[in-house]
Design a protein around this ligand. Structure first.
Ligand code: HEM
Length: 470
């Protein structure tokens, strides 16, 4: 048992409270949800300055405690399957449906360990040629004459990488859609966007007038689509090759072990849910990395030097292997620093099933808990000069970004399943960009803050094509 686990006192109903305990500071306010959704950065910054890294809020109704200290974050992550449950709004939970990893805690471990192989080692090796091909083909088409709208441009590439990998479909061959209930890539993208927006509908009213209602209808149509894709895949790919994509991995597992977790319904739902979990997060990360690095041309030179050392001077980045990408430790440090300063999402949103006490602070049964990277990543105890963009902090010599202090991918039993895929895709993007372009920022960006943090669509950069090295 680690130190923290033994320090958390879990109180059974009716058990007397230990003496000398306090409550987290601050009184929850009715307008907290609106203020948080309007600008989570500001909400966290202002309250952190006044109350420290743990405080009560009224975000999402009731009392929700925001935590940013590593001990309290560990307490939140360790609570899953013990004294907490997922505490997302009921619109979001309904949109997830019963096959999500956020539903059915009793099946979570079994489902997650069955899905995990799709996002590690051998499978990532199998995905790499596709990721390389799409990014390698699309970046040379980026506009170098006129300013480039950063986010929509990045978003297109992310969709073209992730949709084939996760849904198991060809996107750019119109023939691939013949006989399917969605007729084109554009129609699929539109439907998927409506599905995504449904998760954040504030009104749980099933009507075409609400985001939630439209989201549920989009989900039903996407499930029809996936059923048709699965049927076709079974007919044309014999035997199923598990490393082709996520869908093939699940179908092959089902075939070899019919009693496994992979029912048809789970497979169809998981394809959609993984795309939900990854597409906009990746769009946020890649565009924020380009933006952050745009401030520091000297860092671009250092990254190119690292690339030349690992791949060889003038080598085609399209040949970079998984092992070579892993060796690019400074590149990885710049990605982590981007995730620290601009984390795309807040993490664990949980509800307490029992009261707990940690370090003399009482967290009451039925309260919500949010482990907030906006608080954790701004801590001067964990990060020297946290306001500075300083990738070196993540190199082994400095060793900042320890467990429970750096949490862009969450932690505990619900830690992000796709963190390695996210890092891989970001690195492939980066090596191609670094080889082909320099870029100039056209002013400071403004951000959409909710549900995911990302640069606004209209923000532009200017690309300059680099001359090939002799
Ligand atoms: C920049 C990219 C990404 C970020 C910042 C990110 C962030 C996160 C965070 C913070 C969580 C924890 C949520 C919680 O505990 O409440 C999470 C969970 C999850 N992520 Fe990611 N994610 C990213 C990419 C991906 C990708 C590429 C995939 C898969 C294709 C993925 C699949 C998942 C899944 C399935 C979970 C739920 C795991 C569980 O409940 O056990 N994510 N992610």
């Amino acid at each position: 048992m680690d130190q923290l686990t033994s320090d958390v006192i879990v109180l059974e109903d009716g058990q007397a409270l230990p003496s000398d305990i306090t409550l987290p500071p601050r009184t929850p306010k009715w307008q907290d949800t609106l203020n948080y959704i309007a600008n989570p950065d500001r909400f966290c910054r202002v309250n952190r300055a006044q109350y420290g890294s743990i405080f009560q809020t009224g975000v999402f109704g009731g009392t929700t405690v925001f935590v940013g200290s590593s001990r309290a974050i560990q307490m939140v992550f360790n609570g899953d399957s013990n004294y907490t449950e997922i505490g997302l709004p009921s619109t979001t939970m309904t949109m997830f449906g019963e096959y999500s990893l956020f539903q059915r805690p009793d099946l979570h471990r079994q489902r997650k360990s069955a899905l995990s192989p799709a996002f590690t080692g051998q499978m990532l090796e199998g995905y790499l040629p596709h990721i390389q091909r799409v990014i390698g083909q699309q970046l040379p088409t980026w506009d170098i004459v006129a300013p480039l709208r950063l986010v929509p441009t990045v978003e297109r590439v992310c969709f073209d990488v992730l949709a084939p990998l996760l849904l198991g479909i060809q996107l750019d061959d119109p023939a691939a859609f013949v006989g399917l209930p969605v007729s084109s890539k554009m129609a699929l993208k539109q439907l998927y966007k409506t599905f995504f927006d449904g998760f954040y509908g504030l009104l749980k009213w099933q009507s075409p007038l609400t985001a939630f209602g439209r989201g549920l209808r989009a989900r039903a149509r996407l499930i029809d689509f996936m059923q048709a894709v699965v049927k076709r895949r079974r007919a044309v790919q014999v035997p199923l090759e598990p490393t082709t994509d996520f869908l093939s991995m699940m179908l092959a597992s089902q075939q070899s072990e019919p009693e496994s977790v992979f029912s048809d319904a789970l497979i169809e739902n998981q394809c959609l849910l993984q795309l939900w979990a990854s597409h906009y997060e990746m769009m946020g990360l890649v565009s924020s990395w380009i933006y952050q690095l745009g401030h520091y041309p000297a860092l671009l030179q250092r990254l190119r030097a690292e690339q030349a050392t690992v791949l060889g001077e003038g080598s085609d980045p399209g040949t970079a292997s998984l092992a070579q990408l892993k060796q690019m430790v400074f590149l990885e440090a710049t990605i982590k620093e981007t995730l620290r300063i601009l984390p795309p999402s807040s993490t664990a949103t949980r509800r307490l099933l029992k009261s707990v006490v940690l370090d003399g602070v009482l967290y009451k049964k039925d309260w919500g808990l949010v482990a907030e990277p906006r608080l954790a990543h701004a801590s001067a105890d964990s990060f020297a000069q946290p306001e500075r963009f300083d990738p070196e902090r993540f190199l082994s010599e400095r060793g900042e970004g320890r467990l429970y202090e750096f949490i862009p991918f969450g932690g505990g039993v619900h830690a992000c399943l796709g963190a390695q895929l996210a890092m891989l895709m970001m690195k492939v993007f980066a090596v191609h960009l670094l080889q082909q372009f320099d870029w100039k920022l056209l002013g400071e960006a403004t951000f959409v803050q909710f549900p995911l943090k990302r640069i606004r669509d209209h923000y532009q950069i200017q690309l300059v094509r680099r001359l090939p090295t002799a």
